[in-house]
Design a binder for this molecule. Structure first.
Ligand code: ZN
Length: 467
């Protein structure tokens, strides 16, 4: 009996050892694969060259523009050259809004005494009359203050929304969220009280001379009630506010001739590596190919597109053959419609495709800090078990929260969605402005972001999730 017991004990101990050896081996091999991925990204990465082409040869890629179509052709061609199992274009109808000739604006303290103001039409805005609009200004800090003032104070005036982004918030996206209602719904609300136009302080934490555009909506306001909407730079907002303190009769003038045309056909650009053992389980990694038209959309979201392409390129580089199907999707029309994201999810649903994981990069090409996750708790717990693997790369942030606008429509009770979270301190210096250009992107930061994404995709592919 004793001997027997000892033998059994030895076997148990042996099995236990084997178990720990296996866990150890698995961790070691994961560590090694992450190192292979980061090494390849920093020495054989292609993301920076791709971004250079998108930014400097093509430029701003507003939905429905020639540049957006050029970006579709270019990225499809690059995916075609990567030796993927399948590359295709997914048609989608998108809005076509055109800025027209450059806007012009000034404020006037007494007849003929004017100060020019950097101003940009908001995306989707109507034009001013050909001779522009000019009137006294009502400055408010937000939609609530507008409602308090009401029609008696607002009718016939230009409303100036001037609530700054909160500088005390470390996550600058939270500061953006706290302000963006002025830009998005400012015209709709002011039109209800008879305003003739609105201007909004740019969504920018820094004081500078760049006006930042972005989407806005008239809701279901009839066409003849829609009023022109524009953003002015933060410096101009400060100066105008100070001037109004001294002289509340100061007048504002602006002129823009932007126009909305009927929808046009465009495409999501898609490429995939078929899974070797679970081809029906799909992992999506993506960014949005369209951008605003003022700069060249390098951070928003050229960076996210080339990083997503890089994930598949890196797997090829290190000879990793995924078990599951890894799909890169370059979504069209995130900025002013989200048509690409909606279409992709619609088609996935129609085809009954099983998406287990989605990862989006749409927060700039800055130093990666981590990820934000939206999905089942059991999957989040499993992912938290991989956190230590990212320590050597100074990637620490693993939190629950949002993911990305384009992958959002894929949400269901099983899928885990994630967003890459780069350092956000400089993002709003460039967001939707003329200075969102290639020079603002650091090559290593861009590559580290791509490697961080590829590492997470590798781990999800190798180990699966627990929905
Ligand atoms: Zn974006």
């Amino acid at each position: 009996m004793k001997t027997n017991f000892a033998v059994k004990g030895t076997i148990k101990l042996g099995v236990l050892c084997l178990f720990f050896v296996q866990i150890g081996w698995s961790q070691n091999s994961d560590q090694q694969q992450l190192k292979n991925i980061y090494d390849a990204a920093l020495t054989k990465g292609k993301s920076y060259d791709w971004l250079n082409y998108l930014s400097n040869q093509i430029g701003g890629r507003l939905s429905g523009s020639i540049q957006a179509q050029q970006a579709v052709n270019y990225t499809k061609q690059e995916l075609d050259s990567m030796g993927l199992d399948r590359v295709w274009l997914q048609p989608v109808m998108v809005p076509k809004w055109v800025r027209g000739i450059p806007e012009f604006a000034y404020f006037e303290t007494s007849p003929g005494v004017t100060t020019n103001v950097p101003l940009t039409a908001l995306g989707g805005s109507v034009a001013t009359p050909p001779s522009g609009v000019k009137s006294e200004i009502v400055e408010v800090k937000g939609l609530e203050e507008l409602a308090v003032l009401g029609a008696s104070k607002i009718k016939g005036k230009i409303v100036f929304y001037n609530r700054p982004m909160d500088p005390t918030l470390i996550n600058t996206f939270a500061a953006y969220s706290g302000c963006v209602d002025q830009r998005y719904a400012g015209a709709l609300e002011a039109a209800k009280y008879g305003a003739i136009g609105i201007i909004v302080r740019s969504m920018n934490l820094r004081l500078d001379d760049y006006p930042h555009t972005g989407s806005m909506s008239y809701g279901d306001l009839p066409e003849d009630k829609r009023i022109p909407a524009a953003a002015i730079s933060t410096n101009a907002a400060e100066l105008l506010s100070a001037t109004l303190q001294l002289d509340p009769k100061t007048k504002f003038f602006f002129k823009q001739n932007c126009k909305l045309f009927p929808d046009v056909e465009s495409y999501n650009v898609i490429g995939e590596i078929k899974g070797s053992t679970h081809p029906d389980e799909i992992i999506v990694v993506g960014g949005h190919l369209d951008s605003w038209d003022l700069g060249d959309g390098s951070h928003d979201d050229g960076a996210g597109c080339v990083q997503s392409m890089e994930v598949l390129q890196l797997f090829k580089q290190i000879g990793y053959k995924p078990k599951r199907t890894i799909r890169v999707v370059l979504f069209m029309n995130e900025e002013n419609g989200l048509r690409g994201g909606n279409e992709y999810a619609k088609v996935a649903m129609e085809k009954n495709e099983n998406h287990i994981f989605g990862l989006e990069s749409d927060a700039g090409g800055f130093t990666p800090r981590g990820f934000s996750f939206d999905g089942p708790d059991s999957s989040f717990e499993k992912i938290m078990g991989w956190k230590d693997l990212f320590e050597p790369y100074l990637v620490h942030l693993f939190e629950k929260g949002g993911s990305g606008a384009d992958i959002g429509p894929l949400k269901n009770e099983r899928i885990t969605l994630a967003g890459l979270r780069p350092d956000s301190q400089r993002y709003f210096d460039y967001h939707h402005a003329e200075n969102d250009t290639f020079e603002q992107v650091n090559k290593r930061e861009l590559e580290l972001g791509a490697a961080t994404m590829a590492s997470l995709v590798y781990l999800v592919d190798t180990h699966g999730l627990n929905p």
